[in-house]
Design a binder for this molecule. Structure first.
Ligand SMILES: [Zn+2]
Length: 192
C-alpha cells in the first residue's frame, strides 16, 4: 500500500500531517482535527446461475479491460448493498434481477491502493433484455465447469468454484444466515 498523496483537508482545506491514532500513523488536519481514515471500499456482485451456467460480462474498463467478471460495482453513498447490486447488474447486462442471499464475502487487494470488501449475491431474473451495457463488451453465460481463463478477479474464481460445488445450482431466496450455514455444512461434506 503506497502512501496517499492527499495533502489538504477535505473539510477545511487545512494542511494534513501524520498523527498517531489507534496505533497507526494516519494523516490528520492541523486546523480542524479531521483524520483521513483509509478503509476498503464495499463492492457488490450478482452471480446469476441458470442451468449450471453463470452470467459473466467482458469488461470495457481501464482496469482489466477485455477480461471477464461477474457483474459488479461499487456501492454509492446513498444505496444499500442490495440496491447497488441490482443497479450494477442492470447497467451491465440489461437484466433486472431480484437480489437473493449472500454467497460469499471476500477481501480483495488485487487493485493497487484500492482494497475492496466484495459481497457476492445470488440473483434471479425478473425482467429486462440481455444486452451489454456501458463499460461492458459482451455478456454471456459460461458453464460453471468451464469459466473463461481470462477472469479479472480471484474472488470471482472462488465464487464460481463454490457455485459449482453447490449441487442445488439455482437460487432460493431464504433467510441468509440459515442458508449460509447450510451451505457451509454442505461444503465440508463435499470437500475433497
Ligand atoms: Zn481540516
Amino acid at each position: 500500500m503506497t502512501e496517499p498523496r492527499i495533502r489538504f483537508c477535505p473539510q477545511c482545506s487545512g494542511e494534513l500531517g501524520p498523527r498517531e491514532d489507534d496505533g497507526r500513523v494516519r494523516l490528520a488536519c492541523g486546523s480542524c482535527g479531521f483524520i483521513f481514515y483509509r478503509n476498503p471500499l464495499p463492492g457488490v456482485a450478482v452471480a446469476l446461475v441458470e442451468r449450471e451456467r453463470v452470467l459473466l460480462v467482458r469488461r470495457r474498463s481501464s482496469l482489466f479491460d477485455g477480461m471477464w467478471c461477474i457483474p459488479c460495482g461499487y456501492v454509492e453513498i446513498d444505496e444499500t448493498v442490495e440496491e447497488a447490486a441490482r443497479r450494477e447488474f442492470r447497467e451491465e447486462t440489461g437484466l433486472e434481477v431480484e437480489v437473493g442471499e449472500v454467497v460469499f464475502v471476500h477481501s480483495s487487494f488485487e487493485v493497487a491502493d484500492r482494497p475492496v470488501v466484495g459481497i457476492w449475491f445470488r440473483g434471479r431474473v425478473v425482467g429486462g433484455e440481455m444486452a451489454p451495457g456501458e463499460g461492458v463488451r459482451e455478456v454471456a453465460f459460461f458453464p460453471l465447469e468451464a469459466p473463461p481463463a481470462e477472469l479479472a478477479f480471484e474472488g470471482d474464481r472462488l465464487v464460481i468454484d463454490m457455485l459449482r460445488r453447490d449441487a442445488r445450482g439455482n437460487m432460493e431466496v431464504a433467510e441468509p444466515g440459515r442458508v449460509r450455514s447450510e451451505r457451509r455444512e454442505g461444503a465440508i461434506e463435499t470437500a475433497p
